[in-house]
Write a new protein. Structure first.
Length: 202
């Protein structure tokens, strides 16, 4: 797909804007475990991250998160954490849809769509090139956002008890369908995944 003319200010803003948009999705499903624990998060919040880049996530009575941190990196990390906590399934399905990988988990019915996406969309190498062309501050934001997503998911999958509490029901069903011994677990989120989602929405 080397013929794509990517970049310019509009393209860069689209990708960073996608990270911002993903970070502020706040409408929670009624059955979300986040909504059930919202009262606890209202009181003292949840402290995530480490060192100077720690962030505190508090939620209002509707479960809507607010991220507070002393650093920009901490803000993005906390945003990624909250995003994974609220939207783990949506993150995975969106990533696979825009990268042409849905059929790997949903079967041959999605193969035609995947083939179309892989034909007309950017290759992994091109997405990496686009990420590398971002300003250092934008790269750092996407890295911290990805780290927050992955940190939450590692916490959610840390034990059978945490899986029962924090892994979405849909991933238990998908794990069974795929013949896995436990719930389906997404691969770690990469900064280029956010780039891919951003480019798909231009």
């Amino acid at each position: 797909m080397g013929s794509h003319k990517f970049w310019g200010r509009k393209g860069r803003l689209a990708i960073l804007g996608t990270g911002i948009a993903m970070a502020v999705m706040t409408v929670l499903p009624a059955a979300s475990p986040v909504a059930a624990s919202a009262s606890a998060a209202q009181k003292g919040g949840t402290l995530v991250g480490s060192g100077a880049d720690q962030a505190r996530i508090t939620r209002d009575s509707y479960g809507v998160p607010t991220i507070n941190s002393q650093t920009t990196a901490g803000m993005w990390f906390g945003s990624g954490w909250a995003q994974a906590q609220d939207r783990m399934v949506q993150l995975e399905l969106t990533r696979r849809a825009v990268e042409g990988k849905l059929s790997q988990i949903l079967g041959p019915a999605e193969l035609s769509q995947d083939e179309t996406v892989r034909t007309v969309f950017y290759t992994p190498g091109e997405l990496k090139q686009q990420y590398n062309s971002l300003e250092p501050s934008a790269q750092a934001a996407l890295q911290a956002f990805s780290q927050g997503i992955n940190a939450y998911e590692e916490t959610a999958y840390a034990s059978p008890a945490s899986e029962q509490a924090d892994v979405p029901y849909e991933f238990f069903v998908l794990g069974q369908l795929l013949g896995e011994s436990g719930p389906y677990k997404p691969a770690p989120w990469q900064p280029t995944d956010t780039v891919a989602v951003g480019r798909s929405e231009e």
